[in-house]
Design a protein. Structure first.
Length: 256
């Protein structure tokens, strides 16, 4: 079943076409990756999907409903969450609180007010307890128990990337956009991330749209791949098909 669809998507900045006629479908519970060299338009595509940019032409649909034209918070409410290439965490608060921020769409009483202002037995207090329970599940799932109460700013880079992943999962998305999740990680951290992404797909039934420069990870983890260059589609298919495409070999793997 097709969960997410992009059709003839284009966007221009001051006469420069950043994306031109990009089309693809993502099936439910699939890991669909988008590859391309720097400047190919990958992050621009993500910015169109989650409402940061407004496409010039084309359509974006999630579960049959129109996405483009909506604001980022409305798109998040639809069930689409995103991590960013550069970590967007709050360094001065702890892991639990950073992930709890991902629950903001579900909070009727506002962040952190519940437990602190009206006590545990008020509606607000009960609401915060429920949200914290959900965050505890994510902390267990991503093996973050050792750092749950530690300030995020002092934690290793790979751990921070995992916390950002946890904050995106706190939205309980059906579609998760991962923008360069391996950027800045060492080999061991990358391998751990591969396992968690597969667990998110298999155990949480989340569909994943991935941008990543690490070609070995992309080929290892993806169900299907779209290669783009200069904002235009090059080829789409299974990892084996895309890996052996002559334009991909030339542009992405550095072969003549």
């Amino acid at each position: 079943m097709t969960l997410f669809n992009v059709q003839n998507l284009s966007i221009s900045f001051g006469g420069l076409k950043a994306l031109s006629n990009i089309s693809f479908d993502v099936k439910a519970r699939e890991i669909f990756s988008i590859i391309g060299p720097n400047g190919a338009g990958k992050t621009t595509l993500f910015n169109c999907i989650n409402g940061i940019y407004k496409p010039t032409n084309g359509q974006i649909r999630f579960k049959g409903k129109r996405v483009q034209g909506k604001k980022p918070d409305a798109i998040a409410r639809m069930g689409i969450a995103r991590t960013f290439q550069n970590i967007e965490l709050f360094a001065h608060i702890n892991t639990m609180e950073n992930i709890l921020l991902g629950r903001h769409l579900y909070m009727k009483t506002g962040l952190f007010r519940g437990g602190f202002m009206w006590g545990r037995h008020s509606f607000a207090g009960k609401e915060e307890i429920a949200h914290r329970k959900k965050v505890e599940e994510i902390i267990d799932f991503l093996d973050l128990q050792a750092v749950r109460d530690k300030l995020v700013g002092g934690l290793p880079y790979g751990t921070q990337k995992r916390i950002e992943l946890g904050r995106a999962l706190a939205l309980e998305p059906e579609l998760l956009l991962l923008d360069e999740p391996c950027a800045g990680m060492n080999a061991e951290e990358k391998q751990d991330l591969v396992f968690w992404v597969k667990d998110i797909q298999d155990e949480l039934d989340v569909t994943i749209l991935l941008i990543e420069h690490d070609m070995s990870m992309v080929m290892d983890i993806s169900d299907r791949i779209l290669a783009i260059n200069f904002g235009q589609p090059v080829t789409e298919g299974t990892p084996a098909e895309v890996q052996n495409h002559p334009e991909v070999l030339k542009a992405y793997l550095g072969e003549e």
